[in-house]
Design a protein around this ligand. Structure first.
Ligand code: ZN
Ligand code: ZN
Length: 365
């Protein structure tokens, strides 16, 4: 991964936002900028470069993984080591005017902010920085796209396992467990979120985690799942029908399929995320079903399962080649059933590439 290039581009952003340095504390951002995959490590980026702070537990891991940044193994918590280092730097430069240290306001806790302020010498001002790293992470480079494709392929390969396991009387947990076991055996480091297997009336819960409920003899089973492979997440949903499908069930499914297709077809560079969301809602409005689509159309995926951009009503973010987003409209009729279909798509120069290879035909088991 091009850590040095990422740090350089961030450095350019710092002066534009009048920040002397940025303290990166959100671990996926730390990983993005320097490669560290552990659970305790912070990065300071300034015009002089990037310095990574961790503690003794990560000495060898940091030396192995981190590139594009100097590594400091401190004897205390990484936040305090970082504060100490900043203080020393300031003393050597003998700068008079206050140094503006950007922090990640969405991530750094109030308690950590207080500890940081106490540890810093006078002459520092903290400022919540714009989400510069998150914005950079929206555009995936070739190596990231390759990893995302591999994660998508692996998760798609789990769906036949689900189809073989889904039978009336089998619990949702058993379906999820079989898929998760298969995923780990195939090389995934884990699932990207707790697997959703929601059957019968539970399919109307947009986020119905797999439960001890046995799959009923009749109704939809919503399967939403993804893996983490080489650090990158995947996310897909397919909904199948158990039993003999009624016209009602088919009509609901086809309405979601049409909405999903309309949104996928809308994805291209230059369109806003909000317009893609509208493209999913339009066919549902025509059928007076829009009120049953109760969440946003999609989200970015990468090092995190949910990242920028949000594909939701009114979102002004303009799509650009290299963005990877989900398109996942759903309809949920409380107490009865629900359907969702979700693909991951890559924004390309002229439109988009649907990464998820799995069929979206109505499937009855
Ligand atoms: Zn999903
Ligand atoms: Zn999703």
């Amino acid at each position: 991964m091009d850590h040095l290039g990422r740090v350089r581009r961030l450095q350019e952003q710092l002066s534009r936002h009048r920040l002397d340095s940025l303290l990166v504390t959100h671990l996926p951002n730390v990983r993005y900028l320097c490669g560290f995959t552990g659970s305790a490590g912070y990065l300071i980026v300034s015009e002089r470069g990037a310095v990574f702070f961790t503690d003794g537990r990560y000495t060898s891991q940091a030396r192995e993984e981190v590139s594009g940044a100097r590594v400091v193994i401190g004897g205390k918590a990484p936040l305090l080591s970082a504060a100490e280092w900043l203080g020393k730097q300031r003393a050597t430069t003998q700068a008079k005017k206050p140094q503006v240290l950007g922090i990640e306001g969405e991530v750094l806790s109030v308690a950590a902010r207080k500890r940081l302020l106490e540890a810093l010498p006078t002459g520092f001002r903290l400022r919540a920085a714009p989400q510069l790293v998150e914005q950079a992470r929206m555009l995936k480079d070739a190596e990231e796209i390759q990893r995302i494709r591999a994660a998508v392929t692996l998760s798609a390969s789990l769906f036949p396992t689900a189809l073989q396991t889904i039978r009336p009387g089998v619990t949702e947990n058993e379906v999820a467990a079989t898929m998760e076991y298969t995923a780990r055996k195939a090389g995934a480091s884990g699932m990207s979120f707790p697997t959703i297997i929601a059957s019968g009336a539970r399919s109307a819960l947009a986020h119905g985690r797999a439960s001890e409920q046995p799959i009923p003899g009749e109704g939809f089973v919503l399967c939403d799942f993804g893996v983490i492979l080489a650090g990158y997440c995947s996310d897909m949903t397919r909904t199948v029908y158990v039993g003999r499908a009624t016209e009602d069930a088919r009509a609901l499914y086809e309405a979601v399929r049409e909405a999903q297709q309309a949104a996928v077809e809308a994805v291209r560079p230059g369109i806003s995320a909000g317009e893609v969301d509208q493209a999913a809602r339009k066919p549902l409005k025509k059928r007076s079903l829009a009120k049953f689509f109760t969440h946003s159309t999609g989200h970015g995926v990468g090092l995190e399962i949910h990242e920028a951009p949000r594909v939701a009503t009114g979102q002004p973010e303009v799509l650009r080649p290299g963005m990877v987003i989900t398109i996942e409209p759903g309809l949920y009729i409380a107490g009865k059933w629900g359907v969702r279909i979700e693909d991951m798509v890559l924004v390309t120069e002229h439109g988009c590439d649907v990464l998820t290879p799995t069929s979206k035909q109505f499937t009855a088991i």
